[in-house]
Design a protein around this ligand. Structure first.
Ligand code: ADP
Ligand code: ZN
Ligand code: MG
Length: 484
């Protein structure tokens, strides 16, 4: 039997970071509010309430579509997608059907250093539903509570072409898409809380065959890991079905994190007819060419290109460049440090290492770091010039971060500037040898471990300001082991 190949296409939903909801003035931010407090007649679906299109949501969708290389047709419209579910008060979702805001783009991404590209069918705009809180497990709960705070939040859907060929590619595609949305500032990328969600379609076919097999749609994965695990599970399940001589049934399946497996939710026969029809309460959208060009001109550099540029321009490693371009704000901080005169590789290490650790500890985004880029750059310059030790530098950074002070000011206040002056250093070296004659003779006769206490004595004699590298070099010379 011919080897089977996977064909995969992802449908990604991203909540837009607008201030208000898609069709009313309620706040789009819905987490942590008392249930049903963030609602109005429009998002509650009360009779007579009319929707109004959120301009920012349309602009964010067009920007995303442009960043994905999509075409923006001049005319677009909203449609009603009719179905019943308790979290959908109107009995329909306002979405887009045959005339979406954009068509035909692609996304570049990397799999283990290799570049790939995946087509994007369309990016369109719709509204989110509310949330349900079941009293127990969904199938056995005596009742469920409805919270409509999320109802009407702007939701952008990015439909991917069936261009992916293995479960392993899927999380890489999604990562690249998430990164793009973060760089555009249109979505917060939080898969756990569901502001970024992904449905995965997968079918199998004998390698070499052109036609696609029957696809299964898997829903409800809320991490990159579970996306890949669900697709790998489906690959194995469908392989077993085909090898046993059966056919794969077109259906929607759910992913169970607890059981690490998919289960059938709805077969093709039970598929709903959504009775799409044009939303009569909203005018068709005409997107002017001027607006499209204005939005195109404001797009940031594509994340992969930014990564390559930082890597090549500043001699960074691939990994450093990737870490510094995860978010646009990371790249901006790094570039500001370099612009302030910090040597790029040292700047990268200080940002990725100590600074990001401090930010993570206090749950601060880098753009809210109490130590701004120019101040960290000044510290890095001093460490690189040997004016302050790396250890003192890291301690001072932590303190400056906690106090919201300038690291260089703290260094001066504490007298932490390292002394590298030769005459001054030699005097402290003599003092240290006088204080620790045994260590000196031990080191002379080959015991390397005796050097540590001697360097410590030099530092102590200097009140902590002696450059430790220079101290150990001078001690070696003075004790006759300079050539080693
Ligand atoms: P539907 O009409 O069932 O929604 P679409 O053609 O709109 O199907 O495609 C929905 C998603 O499924 C897209 O992301 C697309 O890439 C993917 N897809 C379509 N056909 C296949 C297939 N045979 N195998 C895997 N994925 C597919
Ligand atoms: Zn509302
Ligand atoms: Mg579809």
């Amino acid at each position: 039997m011919a080897e089977l190949e996977a064909v995969i296409g992802l449908e990604v939903h991203a909540q837009l970071l607008t201030r208000s909801k898609m069709f009313c003035g309620c706040r789009a931010e819905y987490l942590g509010l008392p249930p049903n407090s963030n609602t109005c007649p429009t998002c509650l679906g009360l009779p007579g309430a009319l929707p109004v299109i959120n301009r920012r949501a349309v602009e964010m969708t067009i920007r995303t579509a442009l960043a994905l290389g999509c075409r923006i047709p001049e005319f677009s419209k909203f449609d009603r997608k009719n179905y019943f579910y308790p979290d959908l008060p109107k009995g329909y979702q306002i979405s887009q059907y045959d005339l979406p805001l954009s068509l035909g783009g692609h996304l570049e991404f990397e799999v283990g250093g290799e570049r790939r590209s995946c087509g994007v069918t369309r990016v369109h705009l719709e509204e989110d539903a509310g949330t349900l809180h079941h009293a127990g497990e969904i199938h056995t709960a005596k009742f469920s509570l409805v919270d409509l705070n999320r109802a009407g939040v702007p939701l952008m859907e990015i439909v991917g072409e069936p261009d992916l060929r293995s479960p392993r590619e899927a999380p890489h595609y999604l990562r690249a898409l998430r990164q793009l949305l973060l760089h555009l500032g249109v979505n917060d990328g939080n898969m756990e809380q569901g502001s970024l969600r992904c449905d995965a379609n997968i079918s199998l076919r004998p390698r070499g065959q052109r036609e696609f097999g029957v696809k299964v749609e898997v829903k409800n994965m809320n991490s990159f890991r579970s996306l890949q695990a669900a697709l790998e599970f489906e690959f194995r399940r469908q392989t077993a079905v085909i090898e046993s001589g059966d056919r794969v049934h077109q259906e929607t399946r759910g992913w169970s994190e607890a059981e690490q497996g998919t289960f059938s939710q709805r077969s093709k026969e039970e598929a709903q007819d959504y009775r799409y029809f044009p939303e009569p309460d909203l005018p068709p959208l005409r997107v002017s060419r001027e607006l499209v060009e204005e939005l195109r001109a404001g797009l940031p550099e594509p994340p992969l290109r930014l990564k390559d540029r930082l890597r090549d321009q500043h001699g960074l490693s691939e990994e450093q460049a990737a870490l510094l371009t995860e978010r646009l704000q990371d790249a901006e901080y790094f570039q500001a440090m370099v612009a302030s005169g910090a040597p790029p590789r040292a700047a990268a290490n200080w940002q990725i290492g100590p600074l990001q650790a401090l930010c993570k500890e206090s749950a601060l985004a880098i753009e809210h770091s109490p130590v701004p880029a120019a101040e960290l750059a000044a510290l890095v310059r001093m460490v690189e010039a040997g004016e302050v030790s790396g250890t003192s530098g890291r301690e001072v950074l932590a303190e400056a971060f906690a106090l919201g002070r300038s690291p260089v000011e703290l260094i001066r206040e504490r007298g932490l500037i390292q002394v590298s002056d030769a005459e001054q250093m030699e005097a402290w070296v003599e003092l240290a040898i006088q204080q620790l004659p045994k260590a000196a003779s031990d080191f002379q006769s080959g015991n390397d471990r005796a050097l540590g206490p001697l360097v410590g004595a030099v530092r102590k004699a200097s009140g902590g300001v002696a450059n430790p590298d220079l101290a150990s070099r001078l001690l070696r010379e003075r004790l006759g082991r300079g050539g080693e």
